[in-house]
Design a binder for this molecule. Structure first.
Ligand SMILES: Nc1nc2c(c(=O)[nH]1)N[C@H]1C(S)=C(S)[C@@H](COP(=O)(O)O)O[C@H]1N2
Ligand SMILES: [Mo]
Length: 461
């Protein structure tokens, strides 16, 4: 074991440098892929490419274990070397904590089905927070270190040979300029590095330090970080902060600035206001593949048509008069966030289908969004689940445009990409229909893990 550790630590300084370089590249790849994954802007452009990108992000994320674990073997030695450098110590701790935090929360996100919604929700928040705190920190670190690295004698990690070090220590001009470095060299830790290097037998030949290839470092930072940031970080950061850090009353503030102009507003049933169980827990991330559409009585209608006996169309005044029911359900996005205990008030899908009368030959029920782009579908059999709701209210209030108002679909037994926002048409069709995200690689059946217990004869188990 001791022998093996010694092996691991051979050429300690050079190893640290290459671990650092590897790790830097890994972080750059993770940052770029991760930011593209979060960024709403790229969702539509990428389509199924986004699924590949997610796997790349996961694979590279796991690969990050290698430099991190390797570093831990060298850590005690590095630590001694840093003993008089509190800032660099702090930096090392911060970076390690970030990497380990990203790794652990990333593993939970990767295995979100195993972890369950509560864990993955927490992991997602941690993963994002670490990103918005950690990434600027790391960028700052790289940029400040670039300048600092121009002077090889001031490096934290010493790769140069002892003979060179001795010369520079004895050079008064140099030692004045690099007082910080002097301290390190005089510590026992520095001596032990010399010993280790002697073991390796490379020191017999005095070896002058080569000038550091600073340009690679600078090019690295300029190109990789610069491009990555410009393209992704700016706009994504602003919108992430805007949408996800409004923790309290975010729905209320959405309603205050709601672009929808529906008259009259729906009035909640008593079981919906106050909401059953105290209201929703968690917050919705506003997802949309189009700009958020807005509606008024003049441009809003709702229709049920296709393979039905009685096709029908409602305007808003008629639609708000339809009898509604109330239900409480959880809402799960397939990317790992959830909102629990939503009190939805609306019309069960079953009512619309029963009133319209299904014609023979019908196979699926297709849902259209008023954004003109998004659609999805479920089979006629799946449409029999009595908790599928055409929702008009959430927690006793109108649904804001951001969350799909004035009317959105809610399918509690499936992932939320089935829950079409700005729903304005239900069509009964004779074949299956591949929905917006299914076309881009998502599962056609979006069952949640518990669905087969709740609807055994529909989920087929
Ligand atoms: N019209 C439309 N409906 C949509 C989407 C969308 O982009 N456009 N995204 C779906 C996805 S993937 C999720 S997770 C939920 C998000 O709902 P929210 O934006 O209200 O949080 O809406 C679903 N319905
Ligand atoms: Mo989603």
């Amino acid at each position: 074991m001791k022998q093996w550790l010694k092996m691991m630590r051979k050429g300690y300084g050079k190893k640290l440098v290459s671990i650092h370089a590897w790790n830097a590249w890994i972080v750059v790849i993770l940052a770029i892929t991760g930011l593209i994954l979060i960024g709403g802007f790229w969702r539509e452009t990428l389509g199924i490419g986004r699924v590949w990108l997610k796997w790349l992000h996961i694979a590279v994320g796991i690969a990050m274990l290698l430099p991190v674990v390797y570093y831990l073997f060298l850590a005690s030695k590095h630590w001694k070397q840093l003993r008089n450098k509190p800032w660099q110590k702090a930096n090392t701790i911060i970076v390690l904590a970030l990497l380990i935090g990203w790794l652990l929360s990333g593993i939970v996100l990767w295995q979100f089905k195993l972890a369950g919604p509560r864990w993955s929700n927490a992991a997602l928040l941690i993963h994002d927070l670490l990103t918005w705190v950690g990434l600027p920190y790391i960028i700052y670190h790289s940029i400040t270190r670039t300048r600092w690295l121009k002077d090889p004698a001031r490096r934290t990690i010493q790769t140069n040979e002892p003979s060179t070090q001795k010369i520079s220590v004895n050079n008064p001009a140099d030692s004045n300029a690099n007082k910080e470095e002097l301290d390190t060299r005089n510590t026992p830790a520095a001596t032990s590095i010399l010993d280790a290097d002697k073991d390796s037998g490379r020191n017999n030949v005095p070896n002058m330090e080569k000038p550091q290839p600073v340009y690679t470092r600078r090019a690295f930072i300029r190109s990789a970080v610069g491009i990555g940031l410009a393209v992704t970080l700016g706009p994504t950061f602003v919108s992430w902060v805007g949408k996800n850090l409004k923790f309290d009353n975010s729905i209320d503030s959405m309603l205050e600035t709601d672009p929808n102009r529906m008259v009259p507003l729906p009035q909640p049933l008593s079981s919906s206001s106050p909401p059953i169980g105290g209201g929703a827990e968690g917050h919705f991330r506003v997802y949309t593949v189009t700009p958020i559409p807005s509606f008024s009585n003049a441009n809003w209608s709702f229709r049920v048509d296709g393979l039905v006996e009685r096709a029908q169309i409602w305007n808003w005044e008629q639609f708000v008069k339809l009898a509604r029911t109330v239900q409480v359900s959880d809402f799960h996005c397939v990317t790992g966030w959830s909102v629990y205990k939503n009190t939805w008030e609306g019309i069960p899908l079953k009512h619309f289908l029963e009133n319209a009368g299904i014609k023979p030959g019908a196979h699926s029920v297709k849902f259209y969004s008023g954004d003109g782009v998004y659609t999805d579908a479920i089979t006629l059999e799946q449409a029999q689940m009595d908790d599928i709701m055409i929702a008009v209210m959430h927690d006793g209030k109108p649904i804001p445009a951001d969350l799909g108002g004035p009317v959105r679909l809610v399918i509690p037994q499936m992932y939320a990409y089935k829950s079409v926002k700005w729903l304005n048409r239900i069509e009964v069709i004779d074949s299956e229909h591949i929905g917006y995200w299914e076309e881009r690689g998502y599962d056609k059946d979006a069952w949640l893990s518990g669905a087969s217990q709740r609807f055994p004869n529909i989920t087929g188990s």
